[in-house]
Design a protein around this ligand. Sequence first.
Ligand code: RB5
Length: 148
Amino acid sequence: MIALASDHTGIELKNEIKKMLDEMGLAWKDFGTNEAVSCDYPIYGYRAAKAVADGECDRGILICGTGVGIGIAASKVKGIRVCTCSDVYSAELSKRHNNSQILTMGARVVGVDLAKMIAKHWLTAEFEGGRHQRRVDMIAAIENGKEL
Ligand code: RB5
């Protein structure tokens, strides 16, 4: 299950991502917003990230104007690793090396076709483990107050 969320700026792109997920045969759950009035992205970023952290959803794709604000909000949920991407390479590597659980994109930054390409690469890439697992574990240690 893919968690989806956006603020008001990201509704249209989120709907395009929904269509792409349907075509890929991947289930999704939309944590809002779906109202085209100015709203606060932390609410929706938090709800989707919490669903991923709790195991209700496997991964998440979140959208705001830049992808930055909703990404910062989502990354405050314990255990969540966010990548904010506007290129395919970073998105794919964020999965292969960083095991990112949440991809964020900016609806005012990327076009629909690029966003779909980024999301598809991110969704289909696999975490490589090995030395990358050690580094992901170190990130978790920092989060748990350990000094490196
Ligand atoms: C909304 O105007 C905008 O600030 C928001 O979508 C996002 O880009 C914040 O990071």
